[in-house]
Design a protein around this ligand. Sequence first.
Ligand code: ZN
Length: 465
Amino acid sequence: MKIQDTKNGLVEFEPIKKGVIGMYVCGPTVYDLGHLGHGRSAVCFDVMRRYFIYKGYEVKFVSNYTDIDDKMINRAKEEGISVSQLANRIIPEYIKDYTALGVMESDVSPKATESIEEMVKIIEELEKKGHTYVLDDGVYFDVKSYKEYGEFSGQKLEDLKVGARVDIKEGKKNPYDFVLWKFKKEGEPVWASPWGEGRPGWHIECSAMSAKFLGEKFDIHGGGLDLVFPHHECEVAQSLCAFGLKSFAKYWMHNGFINIDNEKMSKSLGNFFTLRNVFEKYDPKVVRFMFLQTHYRNPINFSFDLLDQAKAGLERIRGFVRGLKVGYDDLPKDIHEIGVVKLAIDSKHEKKGFEEYMDNDFDLSGALGVVFDLVKTVNGLRDAKKLTKNDVNEAEKFLKSVDKVLNIIFEEEKDVDDEVKTLIKQREEARKSKDFAMSDKIRDELKAKGIELEDTPSGTVWKRV
Ligand SMILES: [Zn+2]
């Protein structure tokens, strides 16, 4: 299996310990509801995790919540509540959104404030090894003390320009020196440390939590592309210097941005969507499917048209699945005993096709193409009246198996509430007894609920419109 490592490019994936994978993904700062970018990152790494499990690996998945930083402090002040009250209110909202998107719960979801002791230990280690200096507002990491600084993100220290997320501070030996521990400021939460009361800088938390829950060396470190520099560059510097390692995360993987109508999504441009905004109008699984259709490393140019296309595409697969068993018993059993779909799947569409795409750095558009090909093949066989029971079983088996990774197809039975199911049944009864007025009335009632019925010679199939 090949994956794209941010530093080394396309590489063969081989876990440190056979059969076991440790993954750490940088999570959100929990001061407000999650937006599309958070959703995308969560879904990208969820699919990777699910695929590793599908392939038989045991995966330990850790993703943190940043619950202490400037944004947290400012928002809590605005609302007149404590930083921990803010975090405790927002974290369940993230869980709600991620669950709706079909993201598996992390094995560990640590809050930064629960690992302050571990962060302090790393800073002490860095101090002992001569990588730090103290200014009036905090303890800093001296990037010049680590000659590879910049290599991770492919930059030379001399070429780096001061930009976003780099604090300008008088007295810093280098503009890229970053704060490890911030000294106490009025009105901010503080913890004890050998340098006096204060709070951790941002970067140190992920070095501490990944080591705490996965060990100093682990397999995959992930996050959004915007985290490569400086966040992950700084993590690499800290962890390697403190732990005396040559490498800590064996592979680094980053997911691409979300643009809105070709512009960067930002609050100031007014083109900013929380997941909640989008879920008001679209099934969260449609949003998940939209994320899956673009390679995880490429940017997504988000628009509501794109969501509508995803809705139609997903409905095609789901409608297919619903129709798969309609008229099942009427299928000609005497012909094509082996199963034409089975033959088709074996030669072209089989699981191997799906896996071949996924093994190539999670090429989901290729993998989804295999699913759509199957839909086309089976529909063609049905039209030609050559579909057998065996075909149907094979197709269903295949879709159930790949949906363990995709997680978009089979869950919806639950969302068709009982009322709709009862109406569909009542209408079938009405049709059987030739009460067409009643049948039409129920059809209209269902249409008002966004459910359209299609009567086929072998039975009634419903779809969402
Ligand atoms: Zn992080």
